[in-house]
Design a protein around this ligand. Structure first.
Ligand SMILES: [Zn+2]
Length: 506
């Protein structure tokens, strides 16, 4: 094909992709609305609207014409330089297209229905603390996920086919190897913290923090770290999320608890971190892989980095603590910075993942990772979950959940068919620590600048080294290119040691 013909074909392809991605963005906006301000009675019609759009997007993104255009482009000049934007777009769209085409419309519909019923049953069962109400639904979801993995196909482990939806290229073996080394160091580290007998004054952050002041304070901090409020909003929801609707429009959410300071504040910083990634993507590539996030793990690295490595650092609070004391005089005016800093960095085993600290959080994930892999490989069945969960939990944390709502039924993921998703949370922590260590090498005055309220150089570093690439490199390669080393648990352990060693005298 002539070069001219090739570029016309490429234009045709990108036009079609942008069209269905724009349609998808309309769905994202409806979904944001559903979770923030939609009146309760609108729920049923909203499901209809969303499923109509999802069906249209699926149809358009797997249309045979897309396959024809990709077929023409795959062997063209445009695909020869693998890192050129056009080649990246052709490669990644093909990958998604091939996967999407493997699933029949009937399968997608069945999965949507079963997971929707599954989530409903999960909610009820969790409230009643009765796993048996959830079991028949979960069995159906797992059977469909096994079918999905078999339809996708895999080389080594059935679970690999599912992780790939969230962390392209990752496998049970590659992730398992990193997690195993991590856990080996993490477990004795946690034990040393517990054995130290030291504990912060946790009640400091459980005092009364008026919601209005929390909102102003959190908004100010999100703005200070670089979330652009002219291209985004912060609203209230029950389960915080970030949605990159499209160019110039990124929505983040948080929730306020007047008697627990960390929920809203760190939730807002976390989602702002996701938002800064979305806002850092190249808008000229909207809808195309060059303008999209690499993987869920890399996305999570951006949120964890701002939430924890920045937002829970001493330097950050040197700048923000005087403000916090002004906003919450009743709770904090008589509290020293060091006591507050330790209270927001309290490490102790607890049952609930989303409330876990930086150290124990990773163990919550490793437990889920091992379990869901065993489920997908039919080494354990859905009925075994409560017993296996409690046994593992006790061996990981030394405490046993008193009921399944505080144990195996706490997360929505499995009911929603999100299997292979959990590992991306801990991968996010590991990527974050590895990126941050490299940023600190490149920007040696970073902490001093945090203490002055200056975060721009770190944001710029992330924009240039990570965000600007879109999906040019797979996650594994991106980490290596940016930091010079393959992914490892070593930077995270070093960070945890340096931070928590002095707090707990270990
Ligand atoms: Zn997140």
């Amino acid at each position: 094909m002539s070069t001219n013909g090739t570029s016309q074909t490429y234009e045709k392809l990108t036009k079609r992709i942008r069209e269905y991605q724009t349609l998808g963005a309309c769905g994202s906006l409806l979904s944001w609305d559903e979770h923030t301000i939609m009146p309760q009675k609108g729920a049923e019609f909203r499901s209809e609207q969303l499923s109509l759009i999802a069906g249209m997007v699926h149809e358009r993104s797997t249309a045979p014409e897309i396959g024809d255009l990709l077929g023409e482009l795959q062997n063209s000049d445009l695909a020869t330089r693998p890192e050129a934007p056009e080649a990246v777009n052709i490669r990644e769209v093909s990958r998604e297209f091939q996967k999407g085409r493997k699933l029949s419309k009937e399968f997608v519909e069945e999965l949507t229905l079963v997971t929707s019923q599954g989530q409903h049953a999960w909610k009820k069962a969790r409230e009643k603390k009765d796993f048996s109400l959830f079991l028949p639904y979960l069995e159906k979801v797992i059977a469909l996920k096994i079918k999905q993995a078999e339809t996708y196909g895999y080389e080594q482990d059935r679970y690999d086919a599912l992780i790939d939806d969230y962390e392209p290229g990752a496998t049970f073996e590659s992730v398992g190897k990193v997690f195993a080394g991590f856990r080996e160091e993490l477990t004795p580290f946690l034990k040393a913290i517990q054995d130290s007998g030291k504990k912060p004054k946790r009640e400091i952050i459980e005092r009364h923090f008026p919601v209005g002041a929390q909102e102003t304070f959190a908004t100010g901090a999100a703005k200070a770290i670089g979330f652009d409020f002219k291209a985004g909003r912060l609203d209230v929801t029950t389960h915080p999320f970030c949605s990159g609707i499209g160019p110039g429009d990124t929505r983040i959410t948080t929730r306020y608890n007047p008697n627990h300071f960390p929920d809203a504040f760190f939730g807002a910083l976390h989602e702002a971190g996701h938002g800064i990634y979305e806002q850092g993507l190249d808008t000229s590539y909207f809808g195309l892989p060059m303008g999209q996030a690499v993987s869920l793990g890399i996305h999570e690295s951006q949120s964890r980095l701002w939430e924890n490595l920045v937002g829970r650092s001493k330097a950050f609070w040197k700048r923000f603590y005087p403000d916090a004391q002004r906003y919450f005089p009743q709770a904090l005016s008589a509290v020293a910075l060091d006591d507050f800093y330790w209270a927001v960095n309290d490490v102790r085993p607890s049952f609930i993942r989303v409330e876990a600290d930086e150290v124990t959080y990773n163990l919550h994930i490793i437990l889920r990772f091992e379990m869901e892999r065993a489920l997908i490989n039919e080494e354990i069945s859905a009925a075994d979950i409560p017993a296996v969960w409690n046994e593992k939990f006790t061996s990981f944390f030394g405490i046993t959940p008193p009921d399944d709502s505080l144990g195996c039924m706490q997360d929505v993921h499995w009911s929603a068919g999100l299997m292979g998703y959990f590992p991306t949370y801990a991968l996010g922590n590991l990527y974050a620590a590895q990126f941050f260590a490299k940023a600190l090498e490149d920007l040696p005055n970073m902490y001093e600048n945090f203490a002055k309220g200056e975060f721009g150089e770190l944001k710029k570093w992330l924009n240039e080294n990570i965000h600007a690439h879109g999906q040019r490199y797979p996650a594994e390669k991106l980490v290596e290119l940016v930091t010079g080393k393959p992914l490892s648990h070593a930077p995270e352990m070093k960070y945890l040691n340096e931070k928590y060693g002095p707090l707990y005298g270990i």
